[in-house]
Design a protein around this ligand. Structure first.
Ligand SMILES: [Zn+2]
Ligand SMILES: [Zn+2]
Length: 332
């Protein structure tokens, strides 16, 4: 995070905070910033606003670092979501097929975007303290890729994915417990037929709880900080990929879009994020429906009716009455 923050300081925050301080006509004492200001001496008469100004002008100040990391997390998270989901949605997601499904919601994409954009700031607010702790040296994140050897560097990727997948499996499964499902996780299951915009359309406490393993990992195991940035970006992108309706992988090991589509359709299966391993070990694995990989079977109305019947049965057992409004283009 130090590299990202330094870049952001150089190109955005130094000048932005400098302008904020100027706008309030505060006269702060110079901090360790590179912002040029010819401020006079700090005086007690403007102590509150001056101390904030002083904090904003000092790159090493905890308050400034936290504020900057909050904005970086929020903006980068929103951009990653919006750009990658839009690429998937406009370039290869089969919009017409999704809209033809009887369980596609009225104005679904708009609703998904609204939920995601409303919840991402809350998620950033809960997430930035982890980045701040890492920045201030409380984690095992390290600089030099060779510090623990290149074998460990590669192994740390496998360990990161297995560690995250194990804990996400249990957190996600826990979110399906009746105590947590309605208040936290139901919002993400509003989308029976997901689109790429469903990926981050969740309650921020739901999204944050499932992202906790990513943040915890470098506090337990050494992880190169550049690799951490790459992994964190990749897992966010993966979240979009498992909602993008591109069922190219019928892989037995990887938990792909087809597996996660089955989770949205039948609720109590395939809780994993990257692998099918923990679903298989804990008896919650469900093989994706065959028609997801077979265009001819997909057009079979009788089969679709059976699937919808099963989905409605599962929905009733999990949620009770269905409060969704479907687009109603074609009812089975
Ligand atoms: Zn779920
Ligand atoms: Zn999902």
């Amino acid at each position: 995070m130090d590299v990202v923050l330094e870049l952001a300081d150089n190109y955005v925050f130094d000048s932005l905070y400098g302008k904020v301080v100027d706008a309030f006509h505060v006269s702060p004492m110079m901090g360790a910033s590179s912002v040029n200001t010819t401020a006079p001496i700090f005086t007690t008469s403007v102590s509150a606003s001056s101390s904030i100004a002083s904090a904003l002008l000092d790159r090493n100040n905890l308050f400034r670092q936290g504020l900057s990391l909050f904005f970086i997390t929020w903006i980068m998270g929103t951009l990653t979501y919006f750009v990658s989901a839009s690429i998937a949605y406009f370039f290869y997601f089969d919009r017409e097929e999704a809209r033809q499904h009887p369980k596609f919601l009225k104005n679904q994409e708009f609703l998904e975007l609204k939920v995601a954009l409303m919840n991402l700031p809350g998620m950033a607010l809960l997430t930035f303290p982890w980045f701040l702790a890492e920045l201030r040296g409380y984690s095992y994140a390290y600089d030099n890729p060779s510090e623990y050897g290149y074998f460990y560097l590669g192994f740390s990727v496998v360990l990161f994915l297995l560690f995250s997948d194990f804990f996400i499996y249990w957190i996600h499964r826990g979110l399906h417990h009746r105590w947590f499902y309605a208040p936290l996780h139901k919002l993400h299951h509003k989308w029976i037929i997901p689109t790429p915009y469903s990926s981050h359309a969740f309650n921020f406490l739901d999204g944050y709880s499932q992202s906790l393993p990513y943040h915890l990992f470098p506090f337990f195991f050494p992880l190169n900080k550049y690799l951490y940035l790459l992994l964190f970006g990749s897992v966010n992108y993966w979240t979009v990929l498992i909602h993008d309706g591109k069922y190219f992988s019928n892989n037995a090991v990887i938990n792909g879009a087809a597996h996660h589509a089955s989770h949205h359709m039948y609720f109590n299966y395939n809780y994993g994020q990257f692998f099918t391993l923990f679903d298989r070990l804990c008896s919650s694995y469900r093989h994706p429906d065959q028609e997801l990989f077979d265009a001819e079977l997909k057009r079979d109305q009788k089969l679709q009716k059976e699937r919808v019947g099963e989905m409605e049965f599962m929905l009733k057992s999990v949620e009770g009455e269905d409060d969704r409004t479907y687009s109603g283009k074609k009812n089975v």
